[in-house]
Design a protein around this ligand. Structure first.
Ligand code: SF4
Length: 277
């Protein structure tokens, strides 16, 4: 069996930067409270917990005087202030690309646009971006129609960083016919784009694609969709152990891709496993 690895794949710049910052802090203070999981990967979280990571759901769960951590998805200004009030230090791991999306959203609202975000309204990155908007904000998924109340209005459109380019183009095109004025900020990050393109290229060359990444990872989900859309049998796993011989049967060329929150050590484990199957 031949194994081909999508290039680039795995940990993106923003998550790598956030995790390195977190590890440095854990090394110094031995205990850091992260608001939400710093990476959508159970195995990596377990490793970090052994180093002193504590994951909490609310800023109020951070004890006064503790060190807190903001993950790559970022938080709203309100949440950041709450963390600041409680923590001795707030270590900010917000990805610079997410920060740009937050600033663009704020600027668009200040310029009088209704802010339209293409994304998942429940996703923490989107919630954080919404927190920067000073006026009206609407979140649309790639399946939503433009709501009636937006027709004829000035809209500023941006995207969750991990959305598919095709979905963003399609949303923008729909607005062109119903809005007198739109301003577009392309906030899809380059890392996402490169990973999506590499999956598409590889999926068209192999007989099966294995996509490695957390089931709660938005960008991994998009990679799976792209692979499925390319018409190749696709297996989405979080760990090499989930792969079985039955699925690999009669496949000579296997492609591997990993989501932007999948650490290198998990990819290596998968390659080792495939090599002995
Ligand atoms: S996918 Fe892009 S925006 Fe999101 S954390 Fe990674 S580099 Fe940053």
């Amino acid at each position: 069996m031949q194994i081909h690895i999508a290039n680039p794949t795995g940990l993106c710049f923003g998550v790598k930067r956030a995790i390195t910052t977190l590890e440095d802090e854990l090394d110094k203070t031995k205990q850091v409270y992260s608001l939400g999981s710093p990476i959508h990967n159970t195995q990596e979280i377990n490793r970090l917990k052994k180093l002193g990571l504590i994951v909490v759901d609310n800023p109020e769960d951070v004890p006064f005087g503790a060190v807190s951590f903001v993950r790559a998805h970022g938080v709203t200004p309100k949440t950041y202030n709450l963390l600041k009030q409680r923590s001795s230090v707030v270590v900010d791991g917000t990805c610079p690309f997410v920060r740009t999306a937050q600033e663009r959203a704020r600027a668009l609202s200040k310029e009088g646009y209704i802010v339209v975000i293409l994304g998942d309204v429940k996703h923490p990155e989107v919630k954080a971006i919404m927190g920067y908007v000073e006026g009206e904000v609407v979140v649309l998924s790639d399946k939503d129609e433009i709501p009636q109340f937006l027709i004829g209005k000035k809209c500023g459109i941006l995207s969750q960083t991990t959305q598919k380019v095709a979905s963003f183009v399609s949303l923008v095109s729909s607005f062109i016919s119903v809005s007198p004025e739109i301003k577009i900020c392309n906030t899809i990050c380059k890392a996402t784009l490169e990973r999506q393109e590499s999956v598409f290229r590889l999926a068209s060359e192999v007989e099966g694609m294995v996509v490695l990444g957390g089931h709660d990872s938005a960008n991994t989900h998009k990679l799976v969709e792209i692979s499925v859309d390319a018409g190749v049998p696709t297996k989405w796993i979080e760990h090499a152990n989930e792969l079985n011989k039955e699925w690999l049967k009669k496949k000579e060329n296997i492609g591997i891709a990993a989501g932007g929150s999948t650490p290198d050590w998990l990819i290596k484990e998968l390659i080792q496993k495939l090599n002995v199957m």
